[in-house]
Design a protein around this ligand. Structure first.
Ligand code: GLA
Length: 370
């Protein structure tokens, strides 16, 4: 074989070898992350073949970071979070956490079910918020890793005892986080009870698609909701369903968060009633950050989305990358049933009876718009 032929044979072999290299795959790894309630806490890292990486802890079922590319392929973390377990234990406003048993507020922590009044622990002025002082965001969940050819995930389970935080019934909850190849995080919630109870599970991630470079006022939001449930001064719904047309709450066409926020007292912290035409998964939200080109689409089976613009952040918490989380530094899109539904007969029911299965599916899909 002459030199030329040998060289080209080598080149072909190298090319074949290169193209046959297995593409990077899905993976999940686990690291020890400390202790809470005497139990071991772990941090799981999930990756997909595109390099998207999601970190989740079984403390509070908390998503601590989501690394996704911008329009130039540069990866950044797009949610607020802390570097260590102690950061979360010192107290954070539900960053990335699972919320239960009840997302958002129940007025005065009271509700009546089948003629019996229940009193929940209050933790937000007179009201009960996000499951109470020790909600699902502060408990240690049991975790099991799952992986398949097209996804990787984490199954979290937690048994909430009868009367925990004041709620009736032993409630078994199972939340499955799945990372897929189309850069989606699917969150599938399931629960069952042994006594009639109320339930409203969600996730409280604060998104910042700039990669925590600036606040979220420049993000463009579209919310497929023609109405909201207006609230009183303690953020409890009045019971009305109010049209958004002609108000600062009309995001049926894209608007930046900052455009009209000055006219919304306290900032956005409202439940939007989604334009449902039936049950099932629907596109509820699109959130675009024009500089990075990052686009987040949220799909859900729920009737509402709590859009919260990070109004109570005040710079006192320094999060990942030593960034001070100032007002409006992250925004939440919590898929949920409506706040205070146990006390509002005209809102979709949140009652779960023995023998019934509670389910909710929410998908956060990341992409870029160039
Ligand atoms: C939810 C509530 C807000 C606030 C945040 C956490 O989004 O609606 O009022 O409690 O959680 O700070």
């Amino acid at each position: 074989m002459n030199m030329k032929i040998r060289l080209s044979a080598l080149l072909v072999a190298a090319l074949v070898m290169f193209s046959c290299q297995p593409k990077s795959k899905f993976s999940i790894s686990k690291q020890a992350w400390g202790k809470a309630d005497g139990k071991n806490v772990s941090l799981y890292t999930l990756t997909n073949p595109n390099g998207m990486e999601v970190k989740i802890s079984n403390f509070g079922g908390t998503i601590t970071s989501i690394m996704v590319p911008d329009k130039n392929g540069k990866f950044d973390n797009v949610i607020l979070g802390m570097d260590s377990l102690s950061g979360y234990q010192k107290g954070v406003p539900y960053f990335g956490a699972l919320i239960g048993r009840y997302g958002n507020r129940i007025a005065k922590g009271k509700f009546t079910l089948n003629g019996q009044e229940y009193t929940l622990r209050t933790n937000d002025g007179p009201n009960h918020l996000h499951g109470g002082p020790k909600g699902f965001d502060k408990v240690v969940w049991d975790a099991t890793e799952i992986s398949g050819p097209d996804s990787v995930g984490l199954v979290l389970t937690y048994l909430s005892q009868d009367m925990e935080e004041g709620y009736p019934g032993n409630l078994t909850s199972k939340v499955t986080y799945v990372l897929t190849k189309d850069n989606s995080i699917k969150i599938y919630y399931q629960a069952a009870t042994d006594k009639p109870t109320v339930i409203n599970l969600t996730n409280h991630a604060y998104f910042n698609l700039t990669g925590a470079k600036e606040n979220v006022l420049g993000h463009e939001l579209t919310l497929f909701a023609d109405s909201i449930t207006p609230v009183d001064s303690t953020l409890i719904p009045t019971g009305l369903i109010a049209p958004v047309a002609g108000t600062a709450f009309d995001f049926t066409k894209p608007h930046t968060i900052g455009e009209r926020i000055a006219s919304v007292k306290g900032g956005y912290d409202h439940n939007f009633k989604l334009n449902r035409t039936g049950e099932g998964l629907m596109l509820a939200v699109e959130l675009l950050e024009p500089t990075s080109g990052r686009l987040l689409q949220a799909y859900t089976t729920e009737p509402g989305i709590q859009f919260y613009s990070g109004n109570f952040l005040d710079g006192k918490i320094t999060g990942k990358g030593n960034v001070k989380y100032e007002k409006y530094f992250g925004l939440c899109l919590e898929a949920q049933h409506f706040p205070d539904s146990p006390n509002k007969a005209n809102f979709p029911s949140v009652v779960l009876n023995p023998g019934q299965k509670y389910t909710q599916l929410t998908v956060y899909k990341f992409s870029v718009k160039k």
